[in-house]
Design a protein around this ligand. Sequence first.
Ligand code: NAD
Length: 360
Amino acid sequence: MNITYDELGPSYILNVYNPKNNLRAFVVVDNIARGVAIGGTRMASDVTVEEVFGLARAMTLKNAMADLKHGGAKSGIVADPRIGNKEELIRTFARAIKCINDHYLPGPDMGTDETCMAWIKSEGTESVGLPKEIGGLPLDEMGSTAYGLICAYMIMSEYRSYIDHDTVVIQGYGNVGRKTAEMLSEQGLKIIAVADSTGGIYKKDGLDLDELNEVKDKHGTVTKYPYSVPIKHDKLLTIECDVLVLAARPNAITMHNVADVKAKMILQGANLPIAPEVEAVLEEKGLLNMPDFVANAGGVITAAVEYAGGSEDDAYRKIRKTIKNNVIEVMNRSTSENITTRKAAMKIAKEKVISAMKYV
Ligand code: NAD
């Protein structure tokens, strides 16, 4: 196992195995100084404990940065989420982790959803990201992550002198990308290109989102939108635009394509869409950037509000206040210490965790 232990954690790793149904799973509890940890349960046949540790640490920093009274953890179930006995595996997992429920609250992640969280809760293990009918806040329907990105965009825009006629390119037209497109469009911005896993489309004068959404819902792809030109995945990232939204996968921008990126601002909806050393190159070019764990925290903020018994309005209010304050703090720290926004954000988040660790 290739895990580096440092001043934050991980606290412990719970391995779960049940020979009856071949459940193999693990929970990495990274740091709980700020309170019971929130972090998703990833179900994938190739999920590894190292990957889950990386995600658990990201949750420690994201939750602290967002000032949530929660630590960071994550779990992995080693199975294909399309298999027939998914419910049985999830329920077995729920019973197995009940003993650490004071330390860990599972939530949805790749391969799991709100129904899985309801199964976990019905086994007597608390979880977040529940269906509306049993007290959950529907974060995808609410567009929580997209809303947080818009809040980040508003503040970041104040650090440069454009507002009118902004053009937007979106990589990833799923839950996060689509809602972000809609919300930016409501702010008067023009969405000129989008891509999903099947390919991309470009239209200089702007895409009509109502028509695009109809096409996407009907055909399951954006590429069938008729009034546009096709664009390859790699070319989409190099279109000249004001705002580039990354809402698909890790490592979208790398050392290979960083020189060709012509956007003026990047909104990181995805987790780790740009490695830190590549972000440094972009910021050196003068591009405005905000690390993923600062800008895309809207989802986990909503989960924390749900756990505390709050409403949708409470969640929006908290997202707005938290992300606006954090973007300002990160921009100021980055400028005053002449470091990248990621280094600034890491310092701020780590300080919050370490100061909480004095009391436990
Ligand atoms: P999703 O599966 O709904 O959407 C992902 C989209 O990316 C899909 O449209 C898919 O077709 C597209 N895609 C895949 N590969 C692509 C490629 N090479 N080029 C262009 N598009 C591609 O997922 P989501 O919930 O929207 O999450 C997107 C990212 O944001 C993930 O990395 C996720 O971890 C992260 N994230 C999501 C949330 C949330 O609230 N859902 C919160 C924080 C972070």
